[in-house]
Design a protein around this ligand. Sequence first.
Ligand code: KIV
Length: 289
Amino acid sequence: MSTTFQLDTATSRANPTPAPMKRLTVPAIQRRKKDGVTAEPLVMLTAYTARQAQLLDPHCDLLLVGDSLGQVIYGLPSTLPVTLDMMIAHGAAVVRGSYHSVVIVDMPFGSYEASPQAAFASASRIMAETGAAGVKLEGGQAMAETIAFLTQRGIPVMAHIGLTPQAVNALGGYAARGRSEAEHAKIVADGEAVAQAGAFAVVIEGVIEPIAIALTEALAIPTIGIGASAKCDGQVLVTEDMLGMFERVPRFVKRYADIAGMIDDTAAKYAEEVRARSFPGAEQTYQPK
Ligand code: KIV
């Protein structure tokens, strides 16, 4: 669904950029990998709100409404408590705020693992209530049947393998994966299984680089790396990590800005002016005519 929303800017600060522009599609994303090569890497960032989507949209091919919103927006300890309703509310906001990128919404923990039918019930709600172009789910071979079930019923699926944060309790933490021979072989098999099942792309997170390179060369579908390799067909980061909103910086994150520092300085300046009664000034106050 290609949706351009015209918000009422007279009563809202949402101020969209309603430039008429055709939204990219899932098949267009897939076609970017031709004969095993993606000449121009795919750019994906997470987005959780309409305004964030507006700002990121012109620069991205895909916007991911990641369940990382659990930690980033809600201050939760992991992605596990994130609900389908939370994903749908944020997914709809991101679709409203974008007009160019393909919007993909994460399926939260517990909403898809039990059966392909359970996954379809959750995914169809996401598609119908957000206007997103597809869903992302974590898991390789174990999710292949579910991926096939969804894709055969018109729901594009982006798979997510390697370090899968919803499995943090089983994995024992967020360390990079694939250092043992068995783990290496399992991740490669996972990638092959999700591609075979019909996933249109696969996120490869937190794996040793040779695995990411081998899968990128072997699979016909685009690989999107995070903590994987620059040789993947595309890259994704959590936007707040990339903007420098958090002190803790995982090895695979590059901080392109220091927005946390900027907010700190700006809030301090505001607080100082309020306490000195120099804000609001004459320009910000109303006088009788
Ligand atoms: O939830 C998320 O933001 C993700 C990305 C880190 C790939 O799954």
